[in-house]
Design a protein. Structure first.
Length: 331
């Protein structure tokens, strides 16, 4: 009961903080300038996600990675110029991002409908929400009015995106740097209930945790039977960079609580997943949603997504409205 009271307080704080943070954004921002914008995005998502079931996971991950670097300004969508590989999308954490073409196609449709009006940053935020909701996940408010950034730097992605090897202290500091709190860390980690990961992002936990090497050098915080299954069926060598594993085995296409249940059983893929139960308050929040009504997780996740989408947004005369999401406009 005490945990539930604490969570209600946290949820209230999320809503209040989200409301304050998104003051520069408004719902229905395009109601006059491009009244069909949000419908066009939703319709495209509904038509194409059934044929690309991995899109919801990649879009929400892309949105998260975008917001953690220079705020939610679609800088992660920009290509490097001059033959260099120095944009955000060229950084190691972003090399496995997909869905850039998906966003580009939505942008092209909107440019025909309302040229130069709808930002790539808003398209990404809305498409991430709509795709997650389409597969049965929560729906959350997406106030709009974001403008697109014109700078994308590889090193900034490396410096700001939380690594899968982070411990709890590092994770919390990374989130606090973006005005997110412990509760946001716990709830946004819940996005790992969908999607996949490449072996090289967690194989050290299977083969070389302390540096000695071999299957006997597995991370002791990882369930040994799960580790053995991963070595046998997925990451069969320490150097496998291509094989993928489900973040939430058994329901990686379903937005549910199984990710948290796996973490509690020491079956989270990343060290950062395992880190969540090394902190008493974070573990208490996880236990509360796992043992609570199903709609509770959806509610708190939605609140944290609103806060995420408001990080350091550009509005008004800041930035620009890109004509092509991968390129800055020519002036």
């Amino acid at each position: 009961m005490a945990a539930m009271v604490a969570l209600v307080a946290v949820t209230a704080a999320v809503v209040l903080a989200g409301g304050a943070a998104r003051a520069q954004l408004i719902e229905g921002f395009y109601s006059h300038s491009c009244p069909q914008a949000e419908k066009i995005i939703k319709d495209y998502v509904m038509e194409h996600v059934p044929h690309a079931p991995g899109i919801p996971a990649t879009l929400i991950r892309t949105h998260f990675h975008d917001c953690f670097v220079r705020g939610c300004d679609a800088s992660v969508l920009l290509n490097a110029t001059g033959g260099k590989k120095d944009a955000e999308k060229d950084a190691a954490p972003n090399l496995t991002l997909r869905g850039f073409g998906f966003i580009d196609r939505i942008k092209a449709i909107l440019e025909k409908e309302c040229p130069g009006v709808v930002s790539c940053a808003d398209i990404l935020a809305l498409a991430a929400r709509d795709s997650v909701n389409f597969i049965g996940g929560p729906f959350w408010s997406v106030p709009t009015g974001r403008r697109d950034g014109t700078v994308s730097i590889k090193q900034e992605a490396l410096d700001n995106i939380p690594a899968p090897t982070f411990n709890f202290t590092q994770l919390l500091q990374s989130f606090q740097n973006k005005s997110l709190n412990l509760a946001d860390l716990v709830w946004l980690s819940g996005a790992h209930t969908i999607g996949i990961a490449h072996c090289n992002s967690f194989s050290k936990r299977l083969y070389n945790f302390t540096g000695r090497g071999g299957p006997g050098d597995a991370d002791p915080s990882l369930d040994k039977f799960y580790a053995a299954t991963l070595r046998r069926n997925k990451c069969k060598t320490p150097t496998d960079n291509t094989t993928i594993a489900e973040m939430d085995p058994g329901s990686f296409k379903t937005f549910d609580l199984d990710y948290y249940r796996g973490v509690l059983k020491h079956r989270g893929l990343f060290q950062s997943d395992a880190a969540l139960i090394t902190d008493a308050a974070a573990k208490a929040d996880i236990l509360t949603v796992v043992n609570g009504p199903p709609e509770l997780f959806f509610k708190v996740f939605a609140g944290s997504m609103v806060k995420l989408g408001a990080i350091e947004v550009k509005t008004g005369s800041e930035g620009e409205i890109r004509k092509h999401c991968a390129l800055v406009n020519k002036h």
